[in-house]
Design a protein around this ligand. Sequence first.
Ligand code: GAR
Length: 197
Amino acid sequence: TRRVAILISGGGSNMVSLVESMRAPGHPAAPVLVLANDPAAGGLEKARALGVATACVDHRPFGKDREAFEAQLLEALDAAAPDLICLAGFMRVLTPFFVEKWAGRMLNIHPSLLPKYKGLNTHARAIEAGDAQAGCSVHEVTAELDGGPILGQARVPILPGDTPGALAARILPMEHRLYPEVLRRYAAGDRTPVLLP
Ligand code: GAR
């Protein structure tokens, strides 16, 4: 069984979908830690309710010293000895110091059809551009922000009059389908891209 740590910053709905998916009989992975960078992250309470160990490394005391923050993250991870990391709404950019240690063992979900709209405000940018479709992508994390190999994507239409919030609400349930499916394959060594719906 592959041991999975999930990193979150907020509500953790993707974390919940990953944890629940790993409870399926015969699943090749199991959650061993939910780690947040914000003690107020709502996902921490959800993880505890699901019976998953939690930890928090508050990034704020570290100021601009990203490597010192990341060193603490690495320490918290070491204690749980994960094989894989899933970033799930983790909103801190990770530097090469961290990423290189987890190269080929770390996934992220991003709410756009990568390579479009790396970074923030993806939904507003897709609407602003007049795109007909938006969606989400799961990719392997490399030192290039939102730039690693794509392992799966799900698409939704952009509708007339869409707001960023309405579009985000249409994409999120697709995230909850896509990420567990990619993780299940990835944990079993299968990198065939997942395309939804
Ligand atoms: C999700 O939409 C995820 O794709 C996005 O944050 C949300 C977290 O929701 N991630 C990013 O924007 C990464 N840059 P959740 O906490 O309910 O899973």
